[in-house]
Design a protein. Sequence first.
Length: 428
Amino acid sequence: MTVIDLGERRDDPAPAPSTRPPRPAARPYRILAVLAVALLTLAGGVPAAGRPAAAVPARPGAEAFLVGDRLYLVEPPDLDRNEGRQLVAYRIPAHGPPTRLWRSSLPVGSGDIVGLLNRAGSVLLTGPVGGTDGTYRTFTVDARTGAPGWQQPGVAVEAGDGVLIQTVDAVGQGTIRRVDVPSGRALWWVPTPPGGADLRYGPAGADRVVLAPASGEVEVRDAVSGARLVTRNIRPGELPNWQRTAVVDDLLLVIRDNGATVTGYGLDRLDRRWTTRLSLVGYLSPCGALLCAYQQIGGMWALDPATGAIRWRDEHSRAVLRVNAGRFLVTTADPAGASRYAVVEAATGHRLADLGSWELANWADPDVPLIGSRRGPDGRLVVAELDLVAARARVIGALPGLLGDCRVGAGVLACRRADGGFGLWRLP
């Protein structure tokens, strides 16, 4: 058996859009809810791309993670065999079928896995412990052998050649600590205030830890060394007050007045740069050369990060998923609840194209193509790349026997099969 190429189909119209609700791509503490774009004028069918020669078996309900050239399957307990939750590792070669490397039992009491990292020779898995207190736990297995390693409370995120693990208790307080991956030993730690801990991410993961309590006494730390880089009271003489914070590039952004104002502070000196008045701001995110602010009831603003000035407003877009060549790929509102996507011009907010309704494949690497799928009239799963530069949904095949629930990484698409397990295809 081999992993076959999923060859591109050109000039073939795609079937009518699916009404299946979106399955959001998840990340610990940062769950991106994906909702997508207007309908294409569609007719006819798409020829099948062929069956995958690599159909990877798995227990019903298993979760799949693509990390580099590895496929990891987290399988639920098998009560008939009195077996607990299992982690199965496969290597995906450049040619030929995946090779199973090992199978390992996961700790008793571990719940659904929401995050998986491959770091310093270990696989780190994070998931909720159970109950209603929102407690998470991270544990490791050896990436080469599957042998169990350490486990400790908290959610792990990448930070240089190590990881940061964050814990939060029932009232919002907790800790952030840097952990040596091979041993699980804490290299440094710092307490975090309720709702006032943010991370800044760079190419190698988190590189800054920002603590911003309601008192206004903010401190910024290096995520690798733990060294305090700057500390400053950004609201001297004021009483503690409700606020939400976010870190985007070189800015600390503070949302106050019930979402009516956003203030930007320079992250290197915590100097106040600007304040802008908006309405019901829920959260903010980087958008290439701009800063995006999202309204709690839907819609967004594109801001100038240097001044806070509003460049444009879009009442329909809900999130920016990708930025490339001066264009945004955005999710938009859909009365039917389907995932809809559009391409807009970054400088003006002008809508360039509606790409249709798709279920977006989960991804971890920001450089992989965005792959959507939806059910065709003949029951096959139509797969397309949402091409931001070309402003179109490029249909690349139609696959039989699949339920959807896809993920993409390292040029490979993995989707859940109707008869159990996952099928793998190579993208063109």
